[in-house]
Design a protein around this ligand. Sequence first.
Ligand code: HEM
Length: 505
Amino acid sequence: MELLPWLLGFVVKYPEIMASAACFLLLFCRFRRRSKRIPTNWPVVGALPAIVANAGRVHDWVTEFLRAAAMSHVVEGPWGSPGDVLITADPANVAHMFTANFGNYPKGEEFAAMFDVLGGGIFNADGESWSFQRRKAHALLSDARFRAAVAASTSRKLGGGLVPLLDGVAASGAAVDLQDVFMRLTFDLTAMFVFGVDPGCLAADFPTVPFAAAMDDAEEVLFYRHVAPVPWLRLQSYLKIGHYKKMAKAREVLDASIAELIALRRERKAADANATGDADLLTAYLACQDEIGMDGAAFDAFLRDTTLNLMVAGRDTTSSALTWFFWLLSNHPGVEARILAELRAHPPSPTGAELKRLVYLHAALSESLRLYPPVPFEHKAAARPDTLPSGAAVGPTRRVIVSLYSMGRMEAVWGKGCEEFRPERWLTPAGRFRHERSCKFAAFNVGPRTCLGRDLAFAQMKAVVAAVVPRFRVAAAAAPPRPKPSIILHMRDGLKVKVHRRQED
Ligand code: HEM
């Protein structure tokens, strides 16, 4: 009862406090009026509260707010941030940046500094260096002898490594982490075509391979650099602690492992100068040193950067794609049955020639990649100020992040039911693959920078499915695994599965 006179007295005594409270309430109401899903850019702290609250589910959070924000939204950092970020899943923006205006959207210095571990390799390169590396890598990766050698070595590794390993798991009845199995498999397969050696990461005792562990550590730091405040990263680097230290150690291991593999390859070449059997990429790069035009330490650095970039390109992407695919398959028995029937009709040989005929499997893999793209987001920065088709201005102080994960889940792009796993959406009524669908599909990037390993990746994934599905049934929990906040779409807690031999079903 005495509250009113007390309040009036307070207002008269402290008008400035009341004025501040009124301003805060006004601002609060103004920002709250927007869709609850769209993150608010608050004064001073920017979108930091929403970023912190959603850090553990970043890809799904971004998808939710992009749906509510017509596929693009600007996220501001706290005061002192170098600039804000436009997050988009709009295919028109993607076509503009990745294809029509490709020249204005280089990777840039900021990207190269963030991904410094990749050195001057193709992922970091721009301009002439990128064009040269791309031409060279394209020629080597599409060489018929190289492709035949990869098909043969993949077939040997699956028959002699993966199948016996899964057989043992099935016999023991124990659960296994399929994500770990696929990471080990693709590490070995990629090292085999990059360096010409099998590091044996997939052995039955699941050994720790320092090279593979260092790649995991480096990737963890790379993601951390995307989310941690810049002053904190600078302090860690000044004091040589935390993530800075982790990256330094990982680099040491990577450099030493790669130097050893290069030395091994050179020794083998010197011992048998006429050897023609080696079809790995390192041998091919060593053979064209004159064309590359480098020698001594510069050539060694080129080889280190090139082979590491190829290892990163091949290992994580393919293992991520396989893990999500097998989880989807275990929860879609109808799709699994159709794949099994197709594999029985066209059993693949070691040359891999029949893999092209597996159209339904191609559709199912594409559908899985749409929902779970192994590279979930990409950076772009405009060299000169520009306006995107969505109307957003971008430039030196406004970078762009394209969410490939969200792009595959936009109703505006894929129509109703876009969250369903339905391989049929990739097929014509006559059962042919609908290539035109691929233009809405950015899992392999689009435009001049599109993935150079797409065909190789499809061939390897099909070979794995053809080796596993007719022999084993993989059973996983139905609940969707949570994506790990990472630069690659791994599962946060791995994929625990039980493996059953098919004839015992
Ligand atoms: C399912 C498997 C794969 C997926 C989803 C995938 C996806 C991608 C994406 C999104 C990019 C663009 C990255 C960027 O611009 O930063 C890319 C680039 C690239 N990929 Fe793949 N990739 C896969 C497998 C492979 C394999 C097996 C190789 C073989 C070594 C490979 C080689 C490359 C190379 C060399 C580039 C750089 C192209 C350039 O910058 O011009 N990829 N890939």
